[in-house]
Write a new protein. Structure first.
Ligand code: PA5
Length: 446
């Protein structure tokens, strides 16, 4: 079974002229991406990653995972943006959320993705008497948020385990030579994993950035990579834009965008998919939002958010379209039973599976939203497991490259992110940012 894109709830909004124009453009973008001659072509290492990952790499991540489990109950993943969202997306999609309450599983905690003092205080107090390890991830090795969190955690590790014990508990994932984290790790003797130079943060899930923490969390990374490999093969070899899933999705989302629908909502009906949407938002937002162009990526978790955002989607500004990700089969279904007296009025569902009830909620919502002038694309995925998540990761990355080229932007840089970083460095008084600081102070006086 393959992932498919159903366009039945968006076709009536589109005319064949626009679709065929965008199909042609998706074909040229596909060619440009694979020719590796387009903008940002020094960051295309992710295209061939699934084929390049060796079994020995996967084994080394699994080995670290089993070592960590011997001495640690908690793994703290320190990273921000592309350096943590991919791992979190996969871990939370696969793990049983209630396992955090069980004794024997390793618990994953995230840090370094904000600067909130209360969170860090709570975390440090909590970890004082716990056995933990840290995987610090930063490609540049200079991002403030993870660097601050790591500094705080390192002090705690050294206090608890001394310098030698700390070495066994810190794993750093960073660039091969640049940045403070590499130098720091070499100096302290931490085990380091290298992020390839030609893979940018948000395209790095299938490097040690994602694979190491995902393996430590007990998720099957071999299956994840297998899924990505299969999707890569299909997307690279299929040149017919009506059959290539990435070209088809890029064609539809751009055709809908050209109708003035500027916000794409990634919709899921599985709470465990929440962080996958967060990863997707970063991938598309940072890749396409340039030159005052690009679809704004948003997300909702349904049916939960139908009771909060549903009103706006149905009836607010008509600038929205949806991509609904639905999974054909749950891991295990639940059949509803009968109750004497039928006081809750649910006996009409006696004998029905919960996934069947959910499918009616999905269909009812699709009909309502498309009736409300929200075009809806449906991405139908056979199962929510490691194999199909690997497929989805590669599919979204590949489509993002195509879609960015269709929009005529460089989908592999993020100049806008640097602006806030530079202002923050200036305001913090970092060396080298004196001129910037003076400029900001002048602006604030105006
Ligand atoms: O996609 C990107 O490149 C960014 O979102 C980065 O992942 C994020 O800014 C973190 O950067 P770094 O890994 O250098 O700490």
């Amino acid at each position: 079974m393959n992932i498919s894109l159903n366009t039945r709830f968006s076709d009536r909004f589109l005319n064949s002229e626009s679709l065929s124009k965008n199909q042609k453009s998706s074909q040229s973008a596909h060619e440009l991406l694979l020719s590796k001659k387009g903008a940002g072509n020094d960051y295309l290492g992710w295209i061939d990653l699934p084929e390049q990952i060796q079994n020995s790499d996967l084994d080394s991540y699994k080995e670290i995972a089993s070592k960590i489990k011997k001495h640690s109950k908690f793994l703290i993943i320190v990273g921000i943006g592309g350096s943590y969202l991919g791992a979190r997306a996969v871990i939370e999609a696969i793990q049983n959320p209630f396992e955090v309450y069980s004794e024997d599983s390793i618990k994953i905690i995230y840090a370094g993705h904000h600067l909130d003092a209360d969170y860090h205080n709570h975390l440090i107090e909590f970890l004082e008497d716990k056995e933990f390890s840290v995987n610090v991830i930063s490609k540049s090795g200079t991002t403030t948020e993870p660097a601050v969190a790591f500094r705080l955690l390192l002090s705690l590790l050294e206090k608890k385990y001394g310098k030698e014990g700390t070495k066994q508990r810190v794993f750093a994932t960073t660039d091969s030579s640049k940045g403070a984290l590499k130098k720091f790790s070499d100096e302290y003797g931490f085990k380091t994993f290298i992020i390839p130079d030609d893979v940018g943060g948000r395209y790095s899930v299938l490097t040690p950035v994602g694979l190491l923490p995902i393996a430590i969390a007990g998720v099957d990374i071999t299956k994840l990579v297998e899924g990505a490999k299969q999707m890569r093969k299909e997307l690279i070899s299929e040149t017919d834009p009506s059959k290539n899933l990435a070209m088809k999705y890029a064609t539809y989302r751009n055709s809908i965008y050209q109708l003035g629908k500027k916000v794409e909502i990634l919709v899921n009906y599985n709470p465990s998919f929440h962080f996958f949407s967060e990863w997707w938002k970063q991938l598309y937002g940072e890749s396409e939002g340039k030159g005052h162009k690009g679809i704004f990526p948003a997300s909702v978790d349904l049916t939960t958010d139908l009771h909060s955002m549903g009103q706006y989607i149905q009836d607010g500004e008509r600038i929205l379209f949806e991509t609904v990700v639905s999974f054909n089969e749950p891991k295990k279904d639940i059949t509803l039973g009968e109750r004497e007296g039928d006081l809750d009025g649910l006996n009409y569902l006696n004998g029905k599976n919960l996934s069947w009830v959910g499918s009616k909620a999905t269909l009812g919502t699709l009909v309502a939203h498309s009736d409300g002038e929200v075009p809806c694309l449906e991405l139908v995925v056979p199962k929510l497991d490691e194999f199909y998540l690997g497929q989805l990761i590669y599919f979204f990355e590949f489509t993002c490259g195509i879609s960015g080229y269709m929009l005529n932007v460089n989908p592999f840089d993020q100049p806008g992110v640097e602006d806030y970083k530079n202002n923050m460095f200036a305001l913090l008084g970092k060396k080298g940012f004196e001129e910037k600081k003076a400029a900001i102070e002048n602006k604030l006086k105006e």
